[in-house]
Every structure is written in structure tokens, then in C-alpha cells.
Design a protein around this ligand. Structure first.
Ligand SMILES: Nc1nc2c(ncn2[C@@H]2O[C@H](COP(=O)(O)OP(=O)(O)OP(=O)(O)O)[C@@H](O)[C@H]2O)c(=O)[nH]1
Ligand SMILES: [Mg+2]
Length: 349
């Protein structure tokens, strides 16, 4: 089960009211990217190349031909993990577990033991988004700091949902930043879906409320609500998020069904603080970590998983509409560690 395993399509024959609530107006530039070089044909190994060269490259260079797992080697490994943007507490937990497990093997292979621990940390966070069929729109609220990749991620998720046979509506809840509404409308056009908007300066909660109401009337499966980027220090904007969550409950008290925090993967450990700050205001139920293609900081996912225990729903690996992957722990670890042997096991050093 997961985002690709949707239930039957509903009847969406009623699309007649869209004009009265500002759908994408058809005059905006549209660029529909085919699955090209930035599309799904690229392997995760390629997309995570920077993180891999830091991660596996560092490990390879210090391990060399050394076979004996002793304290010195483990200390070096710990430093390598920390340099790969894994936080200190998480790195020491990994090392302790590796050391413990090494003792129960006659001929322990460090890389295999490490891989096992890395997967153990991420695996509980491998919880793909599921959209149950309840008869009411599933409300997905997208939050995060400025420039994290919220709007882009919304466009990509919308495409995946549509490919999974779900109908989608977008809510232009970023009424703060100039041109934010137009940016979302462009994504709406790329996906051929309605965007509910009221223009800059409107009340974000009111736009999102309208969208949920309209989606309910039209039997749309999923409403994805964009919001303005904000810092936890901007108390007015943080209060606005709490208001959005309150207001949508007036239509469906189980909404928002998912509050997805988008974190910029190039910010490393800072993502952990952002997650904590946002969780003080809204109940974050999932994470999307973007820009991992341009970053050597993929190690941050281990810290996020270890410290927050929140589902990591997606990883962003490029700017194109297809450059979003459902997060899978083993695939991610193997892409970071490098080559796999043909039978799927990791090539020993
Ligand atoms: N390389 C790469 N770029 C990305 C990814 N996701 C988003 N971006 C880029 O990051 C920039 C910011 O993305 P937006 O989606 O506008 O970010 P936002 O969080 O909505 O920004 P604000 O609305 O200003 O808060 C854009 O140039 C995107 O193309 C990704 O996974 N990889
Ligand atoms: Mg945005």
C-alpha cells in the first residue's frame, strides 16, 4: 500500500463551478517537462551522487584494506559519519550497535554491519503516504521555511497522485509572497488541475477553507494546500498556520489529514531545528526532504529519523515534475553506500 496504490476513481463529472472560484486562468506560461534527463529514468545513485561521494567516498578512503574492527577504526568511522551530516548522538548510537553486532560475528564485515544499522534507523520512517477513500477530500497541508521547495513538491505530488488515479485540487494558501499564487497556478496548469486562489493579501485560512469546501462539492479526492514560507520567529505567520488547521476542521474535523513539513536537504542539521519549531505550532505528520540531488548532506536523514521518528514521505531529487521519490530506506542507504552486487547484497570493501 502507499501513494501508488489508490482505490477506485470517483465520478468527477461535475466540473462546472470551477470558474467562479478562480481556477488557473489559462493565460500563464506552461512548460510540461517530459520524463527526460531529470525524469524517473535517472537512478537514485545518480541523483544522490554528491551525498554518496561524501559518504561512501569517505568510508572507502579510510577503510582501505583494513579488516580488523577495533576501537580506532570505529572512532574513525564515527568521525566520518559526523562529517557526512549525521548528528553526534545518532552517529554514536550507530557505532555502538555496529560494535555490539561485530562481536557476534566470526568474520564481521564493517560495511555490511554499517548498512544494517543505517537501514535500522531509517526503516521506521519509511511510511509512504496513504490516501484512504472516505468520501471526503483528503487535506494535505504543506508547510516549511522560505524556499524549502514546498510549491515545487506540491506540483510533483499532484502528478503522482493523478498517476495513481486520484483527483486533485490545489489551494493557493501562500497569499504572502508576491507571485506565489501564479507559481502554483503554473503547476496547476502543468497537471491540468484547478487551483483555488484569492490573490495576494487574502486570508490564507479562508483560501484553504474555500478549496476544501469546493473539493467537497465536486467530489475531489485530495486538496493540497500551499502555504507561505515562514520562520518560527515570525509569530504572526506561525499563528496563521494554526488558524488554517483550525478552520479546515470546521468542514471535516479530521482535517488536515497530513501536515507535510518540507525541509531543504542542503541545510543539514538545521532541518532538525525547523522540524521541532514547526511541531510547536502544528502537528507535523510527515516530512519531505528536497534538493538531495544538489546536496552532499543526505546524512541528515539519519538524524531526522533517529531524533524525530516522523514518517519521511518523499525525497526531492531535482527540479522536474518527476523528481520526487517515495522514501524507501534500503534504496536510500544503498545509494549512499555505493554499488550493489548483482544479487542485491552490498559489495564488501
Ligand atoms: N535541485 C532541486 N531543486 C529543487 C527541489 N525542490 C525544489 N527545488 C527548487 O528550489 C527552489 C524553491 O522552490 P519552491 O518550491 O519555490 O520553494 P517554496 O518552499 O515554495 O518557497 P517559498 O514559497 O518562497 O517559501 C526552486 O528553484 C525549485 O526549483 C529539488 O528536489 N531539487
Ligand atoms: Mg512556495
Amino acid at each position: 500500500m502507499g501513494i501508488f496504490s489508490f482505490l477506485k476513481r470517483k465520478d468527477h463529472s461535475d466540473t462546472s463551478e470551477s470558474a467562479e472560484i478562480s481556477p488557473a486562468d489559462g493565460n500563464l506560461p506552461v512548460s510540461v517537462e517530459p520524463p527526460g534527463p531529470a525524469g524517473p529514468a535517472n537512478s537514485l545513485d545518480t541523483q544522490l551522487e554528491k551525498s554518496r561521494s561524501r559518504f561512501a567516498g569517505g568510508l572507502l578512503s579510510f577503510l582501505g584494506g583494513r579488516k580488523k574492527i577495533d576501537e580506532g577504526l570505529l572512532e574513525e568511522l564515527e568521525s566520518q559519519l559526523i562529517m557526512s551530516d549525521i548528528g553526534v548522538p545518532t552517529a554514536s548510537r550507530i557505532i555502538k550497535a555496529v560494535e555490539h553486532n561485530a562481536k557476534s560475528h566470526d568474520n564481521p564485515d564493517l560495511r555490511t554491519l554499517l548498512r544494517e544499522q543505517l537501514i535500522n534507523i531509517l526503516k521506521p520512517c519509511e511510511v509512504p503516504l496513504e490516501i484512504p477513500e472516505t468520501g471526503n477530500p483528503y487535506v494535505l497541508l504543506v508547510v516549511g521555511v522560505n524556499g524549502a521547495g514546498k510549491t515545487t513538491t506540491i506540483g510533483k505530488i499532484a502528478r503522482q497522485l493523478q498517476n495513481g488515479d486520484k483527483s486533485v485540487m490545489l489551494a493557493a494558501g501562500d497569499t504572502f509572497r508576491a507571485a506565489a499564487v501564479e507559481q502554483l497556478q503554473t503547476w496547476g496548469q502543468r497537471n491540468n488541475i484547478t487551483v483555488i486562489a484569492q490573490g495576494n493579501g487574502a486570508d490564507s485560512a479562508s483560501v484553504i477553507f474555500d478549496a476544501v469546501q469546493s473539493a467537497t462539492a465536486r467530489n475531489v479526492d485530495v486538496v493540497i494546500a500551499d502555504t507561505a514560507g515562514r520562520l518560527h520567529t515570525q509569530s504572526g505567520l506561525m499563528d496563521e498556520l494554526a488558524k488554517v488547521a483550525r478552520v479546515v476542521k470546521k468542514i471535516d474535523d479530521s482535517a488536515p489529514h497530513e501536515t507535510l513539513l518540507v525541509l531543504d536537504g542542503t541545510t543539514g542539521q538545521n532541518g532538525l531545528n525547523q522540524a521541532r519549531e514547526f511541531s510547536n505550532t502544528v502537528k507535523v505528520t510527515g516530512l519531505a526532504v528536497t534538493k538531495l540531488d544538489g546536496s552532499a548532506k543526505g546524512g541528515m536523514l539519519f538524524t531526522l529519523a533517529d531524533e524525530l521518528k516522523l514518517p519521511i514521505r518523499f525525497i526531492g531529487v531535482g527540479e522536474g515534475i518527476y523528481d520526487l521519490r517515495v522514501f524507501l530506506a534500503e534504496d536510500f542507504v544503498d545509494a549512499l553506500l555505493g554499488d550493489k552486487s548483482p544479487d542485491g547484497s552490498v559489495t564488501p570493501l
